[in-house]
Structures are given as C-alpha cells and as structure tokens.
Design a protein around this ligand. Structure first.
Ligand SMILES: Cc1cc2nc3c(=O)[nH]c(=O)nc-3n(C[C@H](O)[C@H](O)[C@H](O)COP(=O)(O)OP(=O)(O)OC[C@H]3O[C@@H](n4cnc5c(N)ncnc54)[C@H](O)[C@@H]3O)c2cc1C
Ligand code: SF4
Length: 337
C-alpha cells in the first residue's frame, strides 16, 4: 500500500484565515478541498508540501445561489450538489452534466467544483508511483529535467483533464480569487495557461472562492465526454458547446474542447461560423470540421492521439446536433461507442 507522507493539517474556518495560513507557510503549503485528486498525488510524491490548508470547514465557500437569471457557486460546493441543483440543471445543463460525469459517486460527494477547476494536469509518464517515475528517470513536471513525451521540448505538455473547466469557459463564467494581495475577478477563460506545469494563471496562495455564471438568457448548452470506462474515468476528450439563438438563428456561440491540450481550448473559428446560421445538418458538419482544428492531443494519455483528434469532429457534431434537437444520445461515450 502506498502511504500518505506526513504533513501538518490546518483547518481555517474563514477565507481570511485560510489566506493567512497560506501566506505564513509560503511555498511549503498547499490548499486541499475534497482531496480526491491531491491525496492520491501526495501518495505518489507528485507534490511534497509540509502543510495542507483544508478548505472543507469554511462554510462561506459552500452552496449555490441562483438569482436574477444567473448563479454563483461556492468553490467548496461538491460536484454532487452542482450536478443535482435544480437551478443549475435548468439554466446550465452542460455544467450539471459535466459535474455529474466526474469520476464516481463517492468522489463526487467529496470532490468540489473549485478542486475540479484547479485539478492538476495529467500525463501517462507523470500519474505513476514514485518508483515507476524513478525507473524511467523522472520528467520535468516533477523531479526530472526533460519531457518524455516530446524530449526536444522545453515545456511540459501534460493534459488539462477537468470536466467542468471547458463548460465554465463556454458558459462565460468568471472566477473570484482571494489572496494576500486582496481579491480579483477574472473570466474562467483567463484562469488557465498553456503549460502542463504552470497550468493556472493564479498564484499558488490565491484561493478560488466562487464561480459566477451570467444569466442564461436564451442560451442553451451541452457537454459530451469520451472516456474508456463509463463508470469512472477522466475525460480524454470533452466538448462543451453553448449557443444563444433568436428564433432559429444562432446569435452567439462558444465551443470549448477539454483534454486535448494543457488548457481547455476554444474553437473560435468554428463558433464564429455558427453565428447567423440555423443549426442544420449541413452547418453542423461544416462547423464540426472547423472545430477539430484546435484539437492537438499528444501521445500522453489514454487512446491514441490520432484517434482523439479524429473523434473531436464527431463529438462536436453530436454536441451541436443535441442543441438542434437532432440527437438524443448519451452524454458520455466509451471507446468505440
Ligand atoms: C479515480 C479517479 C477518477 C477521477 N475522474 C475524474 C474525472 O472523470 N473528471 C475530472 O474532472 N476529475 C476526475 N478526478 C479528479 C478529482 O476527483 C476531481 O477533479 C475533483 O473535482 C477534485 O476536487 P477536490 O475538491 O477533491 O480537489 P482536491 O483534490 O482537494 O484539489 C485539487 C487541486 O485543486 C487545488 N484546489 C482545491 N480547491 C481549491 C480552491 N478553492 N482554490 C484554489 N485551489 C484549490 C488543490 O490545491 C489541488 O491542487 C478523478 C480522480 C480519481 C482519483
Ligand atoms: S508532458 Fe512531458 S514533462 Fe509533462 S508530465 Fe508528461 S512527460 Fe512529463
């Protein structure tokens, strides 16, 4: 059995105490919410903090507040609560779907929205035990110097594997961060960086406190996920699509791909090609082709990367067909489905 290393566990009751603990401990501390990703990573020595600042006891971080057509979701709200909240399901069905497709029921009961947004990037050469990683000489994401996927590269290409991140991006959500320097709000789209190691554009001591969703006025959204096992697996492709229509005509659109790069990737040309159009089969086929352009998976996660690239087009077409009412298939597909 792989054991957790020893660490000091701090239990703040307020966000300001959590900020103070993080600031006092400096780089030796990490935040933990549900711990469903961080604890396995600690067991594999992917992180070696001396202290953990636990967010579970902070009441102000929990809950969904729906008002004026929009909603604010505390970062400590569990994925089960997000997936089953009536206002989320009604106004932002893609978010309810994505939260409900994360891993397994047990992990959704512990795992939080904030932890899902900030979840570590993944790679076949990194999500391994310490001894496994040591046997192949480590890589630059932890303990080593080179990238084993792209040895000539000076950066890490680990994959953004959050189910909710592409959806929140597509819905135009904003994130509130609180740190030693005060608080700031930024679009979820600006929260991610295209780097497998420094994948978040937030300081390590900043706490994501809440996600705000704009009013759903006329928007419809959908999320589709590809994974090997339907019961519990990280996405190897996620497609979040949101459109605002007037009558039959699309007036605004966003398509964001998950698990094909180190950050969610927006298919801007494809979304632009939807504007002013009806969601007909012809439009969907053309737009899905365009949407596959930004999908650039590497050979560092499940399934072959040419396959993941190829099915991007298929999944975008299915997502748009769902929005058009032309397809009522499942939201999660296993290999070959
Ligand atoms: C078997 C298995 C299957 C999984 N399948 C999926 C899957 O299908 N899809 C998926 O998306 N994830 C999956 N996960 C990963 C994980 O369970 C989820 O991403 C979960 O939502 C993480 O939330 P958490 O609260 O447990 O985060 P934690 O593990 O507590 O933290 C994750 C990271 O986020 C940081 N963090 C947490 N909260 C905050 C905050 N408020 N502000 C700033 N930083 C914060 C932590 O410091 C840490 O770096 C899986 C994990 C396992 C073990
Ligand atoms: S992409 Fe390269 S550097 Fe990053 S985790 Fe994988 S092997 Fe390591």
């Amino acid at each position: 059995m792989i054991r957790l290393p020893a660490f000091e566990y701090l239990k703040p009751r307020t966000v300001s105490d959590a900020v103070k603990y993080m600031s006092d401990r400096g780089p030796d501390a990490m935040l933990v919410a549900g711990g469903t990703d961080l604890y396995p990573n600690l067991k594999r020595r992917q992180f070696e903090p001396k202290a953990l600042v636990g967010l579970r006891g902070i009441r102000e971080l929990r809950g969904v507040r729906a008002s004026g057509g929009g909603a604010t979701i505390g970062s400590g709200t569990t994925l089960t609560q997000v997936a089953t909240h009536p206002a989320v399901a009604r106004r932002y069905p893609a978010l309810a779907t994505a939260a409900g497709l994360v891993s397994s029921p047990q992990l959704r009961n512990m795992g939080t929205l904030g932890g899902n947004v900030c979840v570590d990037t993944r790679c076949n050469y990194y999500n391994q035990t310490y001894d496994w990683r040591k046997a192949i000489g480590f890589c630059m994401k932890k303990d080593g110097d080179i990238c084993l996927v792209a040895p000539g590269s000076s950066r890490c290409w680990a994959v953004s594997s959050s189910d909710t991140a592409p959806v929140l991006w597509a819905l135009g959500a904003t994130a509130r961060l609180v740190g030693p320097g005060g608080e700031r709000t930024l679009p979820v789209a600006a929260l991610f960086r295209d780097d497998g190691i420094e994948y978040l554009a937030k300081r390590p001591d900043e706490i994501l406190t809440e996600i705000a969703l704009p009013p759903d006025d006329g928007w419809a959204s959908v999320y589709l996920k590809l994974r090997r096992r339907g019961s519990f697996d990280f996405p190897v492709l996620g497609v979040a699509a949101a459109v605002r229509r007037e009558g039959d005509i699309v007036r605004e659109a966003r398509i964001v791909l998950g698990a094909v790069a180190s950050q969610p990737r927006e298919a801007t040309a494809a979304a632009a090609a939807l504007v002013g159009q009806r969601l007909t089969s012809e439009t969907i086929t053309r737009v899905a082709e365009l949407a596959a352009g930004p999908s650039k998976p590497l050979d560092n996660t499940d399934f072959t990367h040419p396959y993941r690239k190829k099915v991007t087009r298929v999944y975008v077409a299915r997502a748009l067909a769902r929005l058009a009412g032309l397809d009522a298939g499942p939201s999660s597909y296993e290999a070959g489905a």
